[in-house]
Design a protein around this ligand. Structure first.
Ligand SMILES: [Mg+2]
Length: 137
């Protein structure tokens, strides 16, 4: 039976962004403690956690395109070293994807287009306007 999985971005989310990747496609950042702890907890809880990274496009400004199996290996090595297990590595989400954790993502509320965590100033002004009019009555 298929189960839900959680995607975790690599660069800037699980591993620090600042690494010499532009010069060396194998380069990987240092583990980001808070995220690594979270992922380890999910693994311990039996969650299906997958690395969700654009690295799997094989793009590299100097040496690309890089064969995907080689990119995967470099991420797997990092996983084994810092997570103690090898996680699946992908750049695709599907129906079973429950959530994506990504330093570039901006969450949009389902079916409304509203941004989660953003104060809707237009609406606030609008409401204030209504309240002001009501107060004037
Ligand atoms: Mg990132």
């Amino acid at each position: 039976m298929k189960t839900r999985w959680v995607g975790v971005d690599f660069d800037g989310t699980l591993a620090t962004w600042n690494c010499p990747w532009p010069e060396n496609w194998r380069a990987t950042g240092k583990p980001i403690s808070r995220m690594v702890k979270r992922v380890k907890r999910w693994i311990a809880e039996g969650k299906d956690v997958r690395i969700f990274t654009a690295r799997m496009d094989g793009y590299h400004p100097k040496d690309g395109p890089i064969p995907i199996h080689m990119v995967r290996e470099s991420i797997e090595d990092w996983c084994l070293k810092y997570l103690g297990v090898i996680l699946p590595v992908t750049n695709r989400k599907d129906y079973w994807c429950e959530a994506i954790y990504d330093d570039r993502a901006i969450q949009v509320e389902r079916d409304t287009g509203r941004l989660i965590g953003e104060v809707d100033t237009t609406n606030t002004r609008h409401r204030r306007g209504i309240f002001a009019e009501e107060a004037d009555k």
